[in-house]
Design a protein around this ligand. Structure first.
Ligand SMILES: Cc1ncc(COP(=O)(O)O)c(C=O)c1O
Length: 422
């Protein structure tokens, strides 16, 4: 990095998920173009993880830029209580066309707030109905964001260790597999006996930050069906899996049934702005409609429903709905399937897995597989040296590209992985 910018960065900026005592200098990105970044020295990097899973159509996509620019000339922002605007209304309608069975959309700021809103909506739903319930069932290895509610319903690990005394307890169940599914269903049925159980929250099909752990739609459907039998609300956290990542528009589209609440963020604006959305069914909304003021959902953020952000999201939806994008998603999924078949007998790795456009495997290191595995930094450096941004989750290497990635770019990621495993 340019020395002056580097020292200014070091002097004043605190970067996320970064241990400065050993982290290399940050790379100064100058611009983005398609699936690539170009740094201040003119080096090009393929963004193999879609910039923390947000970018869908490539950096600086002209269609989204045009929509944002037009919106900025009209209305940059307005309060969203007692006022509304066309981009907010149009985006809610557009999202719901892809969420049959859901009726209302509540906007917030990011993935963590989409989850907070879902949890608060659930707890208050039960309170408003006159039967307060606050117990949550969640997967043992889940990740649902860095706010306190999100951390509480997630795995207890390095991400939240210092805050553990402050987190609320959840009933944690293991991820289902073909071998343990009957045990898991029993665990779930036992958990559902608690009078206080309000909801089951889950990342559908892929648990992202915990290491791209994958499980089947059929097993998830069995868990949801059981929850419904016991009147337990179900919350799908689609923050990472939404917008085509698993091969369908939403991961819940792989299911026969529908959950009650869905949390959306990351890809919603095509990777341009932070935006969270929590969609729910009508009966949940109805529990908040009352002449009793105390039944109001007293939640909101200053930038809730920001119209410029909504305009970006609508433009991203235009691109998502284009058959070229849908075909590209299938094409990436097929490429991953072929590459996974090539990798699966390699003795240096294990658990080769893929769902839709997400491919992952664990490097055998002798250490346990987790986020703190010491392989993470050398692995990231190996790929960076080859002009590829992959940011392994510990020893878990994964590829999660923007849909605009070219065959050549994807092939160069695969080739770098082959070199790594030689
Ligand atoms: C499943 C899931 N939920 C919630 C979040 C939190 O989203 P954000 O980082 O936008 O707060 C993430 C982020 O990775 C996620 O993967």
């Amino acid at each position: 990095m340019n020395a002056d910018w580097n020292s200014r960065d070091k002097a004043h900026v605190w970067h996320p998920f970064t241990q400065v005592s050993y982290a290399p200098d940050n790379i100064l990105i100058e611009r983005g173009e398609g699936s690539c970044f170009i740094d201040a020295d003119g080096n090009k990097f393929i963004d193999g993880i879609s910039s923390w899973w947000v970018n869908l159509h490539g950096h600086c996509h002209p269609h989204i830029i045009e929509a944002i620019t037009a919106q900025l000339h009209q209305l940059e922002h307005s309060i969203f209580a007692a006022f509304t605007h066309k981009p907010g209304i149009a985006l809610a309608e557009r999202l719901l066309t892809h969420l049959p069975g859901f009726d209302k959309v509540f906007f917030s700021d990011n993935g963590s707030t989409a989850v907070e809103v879902a949890l608060k909506m659930t707890f208050q739903y039960w309170a408003n109905k006159g039967t307060p319930k606050t117990k949550v069932i969640a997967f043992k290895d889940a990740y649902h964001g860095d706010t306190f509610g999100g951390m509480s319903v997630a795995a207890r690990n390095a991400f939240n260790k210092p805050f553990e005394p402050l987190l609320f307890d959840v009933i944690a169940i293991d991820l289902p597999t073909d071998n343990n599914i009957s045990d898991i269903l029993q665990q779930m049925e036992a958990a559902l006996q608690h009078e206080d159980v309000s909801c089951f929250i889950f990342e559908p099909l892929v648990l992202g930050a915990s290491g791209m752990l994958m499980y089947s739609a059929a097993h998830l459907q069995q868990l949801i069906t059981l929850c419904r039998k016991y009147n337990c609300l179900t919350i799908a956290d689609e923050v990472m899996t939404g917008f085509g990542r698993t091969g369908q528009f939403f991961a819940i589209d792989h299911l026969e049934g529908r959950p009650d609440i869905v949390c959306i963020s990351k890809g919603i604006t095509g990777g341009f702005f932070a935006l969270g959305a929590t969609a729910c069914r009508q009966f949940i909304f109805d529990a908040f409609v009352s002449s009793d003021k105390m039944k109001t959902f007293f939640h909101g953020h200053s930038y809730t429903g920001n119209p410029t952000t909504c305009a970006a999201a609508i433009a991203s939806m235009d691109l998502m709905e284009d058959t070229a994008t849908l075909n590209k998603i299938q094409h990436i999924a097929l490429s991953h399937t072929a590459f996974a078949a090539e990798l699966c007998n390699n003795p240096r790795i294990e658990n080769v897995r893929h769902t839709g456009t997400i491919l992952a495997f664990d490097i055998r290191t002798g250490e346990s597989t987790n986020y703190l595995n010491n392989a993470a930094e050398p692995l990231a450096a190996f790929f960076l040296k080859r002009g590829i941004i992959l940011r392994p989750l510990g020893n878990v290497v994964y590829v999660l590209p923007p849909y605009c990635i070219t065959d050549l770019e994807l092939a160069s990621i695969y080739q770098a992985i082959r070199e790594l495993l030689q």
